[in-house]
Design a protein around this ligand. Structure first.
Ligand code: MG
Ligand code: ZN
Length: 199
């Protein structure tokens, strides 16, 4: 007789996803974008970023960073340097009473490491965050300084804001304008717009 090798009652693949979070880009949104930050001493919080993350958390939206780090594929940032930069960001946030719930990183670049599903605007990192933290992505908040940060939010039908940085290109602004996404000057403003009222 043929026997099943796996138990007849397997655990459901998808658990109920009802939690909320703010899915934030890192460079140009939370910290100054320096093009491949590989020295923890170079990490600078953008003005108001820690307070904005604190405010999101107290409104029920803990912050999760979703970040493309092609500097790793390019050999400009080692994994150890990346870890130290992350640690420094955590320290700077903690000093202002803020914290990140988690971070999801794409270390690839298509021209160097080949195509991957995790580099934004692809959504694999968001899906991974959703499965790890049981997020209802449609009810989460999305913010970043590039088109590739806002198209994922739009694809989930979520509240999405473009935070303009020194690295935001005309094509990013056009993407936001063309899709009715608000363009603001800081994460503070993005959070005000999302949560409403005074900071
Ligand atoms: Mg960015
Ligand atoms: Zn990737």
């Amino acid at each position: 007789m043929w026997m099943r090798s796996s138990p007849p009652f397997s655990t459901p693949v998808t658990r109920h996803r009802s939690r909320l979070a703010a899915l934030l880009d890192r460079d140009g949104t939370i910290i100054v974008d320096r093009d491949y930050t590989n020295n923890p001493d170079d990490v600078r919080l953008l003005p108001g970023a820690a307070a904005a993350i604190r405010r999101l958390a107290s409104a029920g939206y803990p912050a999760i960073v979703i970040t493309n780090q092609s500097g790793i594929a390019r050999g400009k940032v080692s994994l150890e340097q990346y870890r130290l930069v992350r640690q420094r960001l955590d320290e700077l946030l903690r000093a202002e009473g803020a914290e990140l719930l988690d971070t999801f990183t794409c270390p690839h670049h298509p021209e160097i490491t080949g195509p991957c599903a995790c580099r934004k605007p692809d959504v694999a990192l968001y899906e991974r965050a959703a499965s790890t933290h049981e997020l209802d992505l449609a009810r989460c908040f999305f913010a970043g300084d590039k088109a590739r940060d806002i198209t994922p939010g739009l694809s989930f039908g979520a509240d999405t804001v473009l935070v303009q940085s020194s690295n935001t290109k005309p094509v990013d602004l056009e993407c936001a304008e063309g899709s009715g996404v608000a363009i603001v000057a800081s994460l503070t403003e993005a959070v005000e717009r999302f949560l409403g009222g005074a900071p």
